[in-house]
Design a protein around this ligand. Structure first.
Ligand code: NDP
Length: 296
């Protein structure tokens, strides 16, 4: 094939961020304040600190208020939950993001479950998961939401498409499958115990790979004309002369690009969509909390 269309997640995310920023002044005029996102970081994991920093920056760049809260690595469960309770009660805060993972002595699920579902911009509370499963309006995890946007942008109506999601994590795979089902796809959920994964992927019009294994999905698994969304972010061991190894996805990109209709690159595909969708979720949460219709 001449090669797949390369889905430009970076450009799409920039457009989404701009649309969020454009909606802020009207919200402010109606409500008397800008939407606000609170990010909570417990401990000093360097990667988490970087994520929290870029989320704060993106929030401010969209014209929204950013509230950053840091707790020490030895914070107790009660201290974490007390902070979340304060943020639940704070009217300036429309979205609450608890940066994961928490230090090992803390109960992550229990802490997440205390977040007000109407402020759960990560979509990780049991209530948010339940709303998604029941098809009730709620907040949806950012990464799969971004994947769905890219798919709809490429394909339009997804009705009747055969979709496979490889990976069933709470953060990505499971909500992705729910979203595709909600969009009327016929959905296969694959995981580490799946038999004949290659054969199942070969049937699919839509392939979403969220596994965390470098280049596991091969080109000869891809049905010609399929759309491939690669969520994986894996760093290879450095080759000779490289300081750090290359980033690759869960899909063997060059092979798959030779047969697919369209494919997301790594980096520059799904990755940039996550923060853009976090801003979008914060804007949506703010509108719903204020009793306004969802922004366009
Ligand atoms: P998890 O490790 O939580 O889940 C991985 C899933 O892959 C599990 O369901 C597991 O199955 C399945 N799996 C593992 N090995 C195989 C195999 N050989 N065949 C089929 N399935 C397999 O990962 P996440 O969902 O959190 O993340 C997946 C990838 O996406 C990672 O590379 C991560 O870095 C990336 N990511 C990127 C984001 C972004 O772009 N912004 C955001 C979040 C994640 P089982 O359940 O049976 O163990």
């Amino acid at each position: 094939a001449a090669g797949a269309h390369v889905i430009d997640g970076k450009a799409f995310a920039a457009g989404l961020r701009a649309r969020v920023a454009d909606a802020v002044p009207a919200f402010e005029a109606a409500v008397g304040r800008v939407p606000g996102l609170a990010v909570v970081l417990v401990g000093d994991d360097p990667a988490s600190a970087v994520y929290v920093g870029s989320k704060g920056k993106a929030t401010l760049a969209a014209g929204m208020a950013s509230f950053e809260h840091r707790l020490p690595a030895d914070a107790t469960q009660d201290e974490v939950e007390a902070l979340l309770a304060r943020l639940n009660a704070d009217d300036r805060v429309d979205g609450i993001l608890l940066q994961l993972p928490l230090p090992a002595h803390l109960d992550e699920q229990a802490a997440v479950a205390t977040i007000d579902p109407d402020k759960d911009v990560d979509g990780l509370t049991p209530v948010s998961a339940g709303r998604l499963a029941l098809g009730i309006a709620g907040l949806v995890p950012c990464t799969p939401l971004g994947c769905l946007m890219l798919l709809k942008d490429r394909l339009g109506d997804l009705s009747g498409k055969d979709a496979i999601v490889v990976g069933r994590s709470i953060l990505v795979g499971k909500p992705m499958a729910q979203l595709l089902l909600g969009a009327n796809c016929t959905v296969t959920m694959a995981h580490s115990r799946t038999k004949d994964l290659a054969g199942l992927v070969r049937r699919a019009d839509i392939v979403v790979a969220a596994v965390g294994r470098a280049e596991m999905v091969r080109g000869d698994w891809i049905k010609p004309g399929a759309v491939v969304i690669d969520v994986g972010i894996n760093r290879l061991a450095p080759a000779a002369g490289e300081a750090k190894g290359r980033l690759v996805g869960d899909v063997a990109y060059a092979e798959a690009a030779a047969v697919a209709d369209a494919i997301t690159p790594v980096p520059g595909g799904v990755g940039p969509m996550t923060i853009a969708c976090l801003l979008r979720n914060t804007l949506v949460a703010a509108h719903r909390r204020a009793g306004l219709a969802d922004p366009e």
